[in-house]
Write a protein that binds this ligand. Structure first.
Ligand SMILES: Nc1ncnc2c1ncn2[C@@H]1O[C@H](COP(=O)(O)OP(=O)(O)OP(=O)(O)O)[C@@H](O)[C@H]1O
Ligand SMILES: [Mg+2]
Length: 302
């Protein structure tokens, strides 16, 4: 009986020792997992950062070199060595390079404004049709030059939404440009817009291009992230278009999602909520929000 009591108190002390050892082990394991994922996050951020510096200096240097080079040619030939046609051609190339530089700088400003929460939309009532149709039409030539078949199907019954037309066009321009850019010649880009039952508008930008793995989608959606961004970049760009598009869709109350399969293609889906008109103010609300009405009411009450 006495021995039994000792052994049971010994048992309970062993149990509590065991429990505390287990607790320590769980805590150590949790700390190790947290440390590991923090290290992975830091490695991911650092990789994106170095790729960004390499890509960005390329994106800024290339147009600047054109501007400096061609303006120097014009300046050195002011004695009359250049024909009018040549001068016009060089001026056109300078204009083109300056436009590209401006677009890159605008993208950097956009993403920093978005990240600091200072981005403002100029919303009005409109339909997606209004921006999607001209956007696709404007990219027909780009697709044609890339040997990609670009087509578009927009439903007639799209609901109204509250949106910033300029920014929404920027979203679709980037997404359709990406679809063309990452689809080899002979491929197809198909854009559809339809009404989502009771909810709003759903736009699909579908391509038969190179596609992405889950990990590559994660890189693509990160600011400055480009798949194969380090060495094998096979197309120009800063890697800002997609994160800006995602952020702009979010600012419109919508959602951008990506489904992709390597070597098969990508579908980017943009869901935008329909416009809900504000309720007409009731007499009670009007009275409650008007200080004069309140004063009148209280003076009547007296
Ligand atoms: N439709 C697509 N198919 C395959 N890869 C894509 C597609 N869209 C985007 N990506 C990948 O995601 C990356 C990021 O896209 P994003 O639009 O942000 O940058 P970008 O097009 O390279 O440059 P820019 O800033 O000029 O838009 C691309 O570099 C590409 O690797
Ligand atoms: Mg892009």
């Amino acid at each position: 009986m006495f021995n039994g009591a000792i052994s049971s108190s010994r048992q309970s002390s062993l149990m509590s020792e065991y429990a505390s050892l287990m607790g320590d082990a769980v805590l150590r394991n949790r700390a190790r997992i947290a440390e590991h994922s923090a290290r992975l996050e830091a490695e991911f951020a650092s990789r994106i950062k170095s790729e960004f510096i390499a890509n960005m200096s390329h994106e800024l240097r290339t147009p600047l070199n054109s501007i400096i080079g061609f303006s120097k040619l014009i300046a050195e030939q002011k004695g009359g060595g250049l024909s009018v046609e040549e001068a016009a051609e060089y001026a056109g190339l300078i204009q083109d390079a300056a436009g590209h530089l401006l677009a890159v700088i605008n993208d950097i400003l956009d993403i920093s404004k978005i990240q600091s929460g200072k981005f403002q939309l100029n919303n009005r009532e409109m339909s997606v049709d209004e921006v999607l149709r001209p956007c696709v039409a404007g990219l027909k030539l780009t697709a044609q030059n890339a040997g990609v078949d670009l087509s578009c199907e927009i439903a007639a019954d799209l609901p109204e939404l509250s949106a910033d037309g300029v920014k929404l066009r920027q979203v679709f321009t980037n997404l359709v440009t990406n679809a063309i850019k990452f689809t080899p010649a002979g491929g197809r880009v198909f854009v559809t817009a339809k009404a989502e039952l009771g909810a709003g508008t759903i736009v699909d930008i579908c391509d038969t291009g190179v596609g992405m793995t889950e990990e590559e989608i994660r890189v693509a959606i990160t600011p400055f992230g480009q798949v194969d961004g380090g060495h094998n970049r096979w197309r120009e760009g800063t890697g800002l278009g997609l994160p800006i598009a995602e952020a702009l869709v979010k600012l419109h109350g919508g959602v951008l999602s990506i489904a992709s399969e390597k070597s098969v293609g990508t579908t980017v889906t943009v869901r935008l909520p329909r416009y809900i008109p504000p309720k007409p103010p009731t007499l009670e609300n009007q009275l409650a929000s008007s200080p004069t009405a309140n004063a009148t009411l209280s003076s009547h009450a007296r």
